[in-house]
Design a binder for this molecule. Structure first.
Ligand code: NDP
Length: 447
């Protein structure tokens, strides 16, 4: 049994109730074996055993009072996974599906993603099983204040810098930042995704979606083409999906479908993004309401968005939303590029099927790293007490995404990783992200 297989076996035994974490770890560990063969010193230092175990996991009670005067109790999490190359950095997810295994999978992915950005940030993730959907602003504030009343003691500008994720947008970051400042009496860049008048960075809102499309454009260039005239399907209709759609349209492509957890819309003429922004960013409504804006659009309840014919697919909703049957439909309909905007939206078997059938595939830890990269740029601006212009930040984001593409594809080349006639960017991203963290861990001794 190889070193990576041994570690994976132990990990499965110890974490048997955490399927998403096992899935994420399997993908990474399976691709690292060629590197481990080249560097026997990693096994001698039990590097993988240390890498898969979070440095610290924090779980806490979050009590708050709802609008009916009833006490509600949620569970809060922060997993501080790896600080070898910088302070822990990663978002806070607020969704009823959140549990320790989900946060661990996200934190584990974050280590490699953050390393790939080339910026000095370690990996972490957090959140709660609180559902902001359908809550009043006052209830969301009560929750966020209670959440931060425990979390504040574990984070700080040089320790751990959380950010947004599913369910945590500008409103939630505002409430959490206000409470942190009040308790700590300290105005520091402890959260990213802040408002522009109080320490936020231009382009942070757009960063993950824009970055995803910059990355996918490099993939298309490799195949001798670009977004102009391409038909694109994007799942989700949240932060990542909206700004991916905006950038695809700017580059001359046409997004024809979007979704939410209830269903999906199809608009043959191309999605009217102003309408989607009004529904999702202003009214906090459902994607079905799009039919009120565009009479010729179609709405389908439930799953099925991947049955829409497209050249490029960008899954931007949540984990495990693109399954093997979806992969088969995409291939049968001639899709050539899949780049993940969400974290782990594609299951392992669906990824394999896409790759082996000629689809050029990018894993989220590479293609959605634009959000955290821009968060790190927000941290730099906070430390300098300066704000950069939109153009400056966007240019840096673009360069970072091109560089991530280059390092993942160079690592794929170095290890001869080709699949279905394309570079294996899953292996490339895992290897490139891993090496920097591994070097730092080796240099810092047994910690
Ligand atoms: P949002 O909360 O803004 O949007 C999430 C979207 O996905 C919504 O349209 C939501 O629909 C849909 N969705 C959520 N859960 C499900 C589900 N179980 N089934 C179907 N649809 C679902 O989140 P973001 O756009 O910020 O995040 C999307 C993904 O991108 C996540 O995987 C996140 O971890 C990842 N990501 C986000 C980054 C960021 O900067 N925001 C950075 C890097 C990765 P509904 O409203 O109905 O719930």
């Amino acid at each position: 049994m190889s070193y990576s297989e041994k570690v994976l076996e132990q990990l499965k035994q110890k974490n048997s109730s955490e399927p998403e974490f096992i899935q994420a770890a399997t993908e990474v560990l399976e691709s690292l074996q060629p590197v481990l063969d080249k560097h026997p010193e990693y096994e001698a230092a039990s590097l993988l055993e240390r890498l898969v175990e979070p440095e610290r996991q924090i779980m806490f009670r979050v009590p708050w009072v709802d609008d009916n005067g009833k006490v509600q109790v949620n569970r809060g999490f922060r997993v501080q996974y790896n600080s070898a190359i910088g302070p822990y950095k990663g978002g806070l997810r607020l969704h009823p599906s959140v549990n320790l295994g989900i946060i661990k999978f996200l934190g584990f992915e974050q280590i490699f993603k953050n390393s790939l950005t080339g910026l000095p940030i370690g990996g972490g993730k957090g959140g709660s099983d609180f559902d902001p959907k359908g809550k009043s602003d006052r209830e969301v504030m009560a929750f966020c204040q209670s959440f931060m009343t425990e979390l504040y003691r574990h984070i700080g500008a040089d320790t751990d810098v959380p950010a947004g994720d599913i369910g945590t947008g500008a409103r939630e970051i505002g409430f959490m930042y206000g409470q942190y400042k009040r308790i700590r009496d300290c105005y520091e860049g402890v959260l990213t995704g802040k408002g522009l008048t109080w320490g936020g960075s231009l382009v942070r809102t757009e960063a993950t979606g824009y970055g995803l499309v910059y990355f996918a454009n490099e993939m298309l260039k490799e195949k001798g083409t670009d977004f102009a005239g391409k038909t694109v399907v994007v799942s989700g209709s949240g932060n990542v999906a909206i700004y991916a759609t905006e950038k695809v349209h700017q580059l001359g492509g046409k997004v024809v479908a979007l979704s939410d957890s209830n269903g999906w819309i199809y608009d043959e003429e191309g999605i009217d993004l102003a309408a989607v922004k009004e529904i999702k960013e202003v009214k906090r409504g459902r994607i079905k309401e799009y039919l009120q804006y565009r009479l010729n659009a179609k709405y389908t309840e439930g799953k099925g968005i991947w049955s829409v014919k497209c050249d490029v697919a960008l899954p931007c909703a949540t984990q495990n939303e693109l399954l093997i049957d979806d992969a088969k439909m995409l291939v049968a309909n001639g899709c050539k590029v899949v780049a993940e905007g969400a974290n782990m939206p594609t299951t392992l078997d669906a990824t394999k099927y896409l790759q082996e059938n000629g689809v050029y595939f990018a894993p989220g830890k590479a293609s959605n790293a634009g959000g955290v990269a821009t968060s790190a740029l927000e941290m730099s601006q906070n430390s300098q007490r300066l704000s950069w212009t939109f153009e400056e930040v966007d240019a840096k984001l673009h360069d970072i995404m091109v560089n991530i593409y280059k390092s993942a594809s160079a690592a794929a080349d170095e290890y001869g990783a080709q699949v279905g006639g394309n570079k294996n960017l899953v292996l490339g991203a895992n290897v490139a992200g891993f090496l920097k963290v591994a070097d730092a861990m080796m240099a810092q001794g047994i910690v």
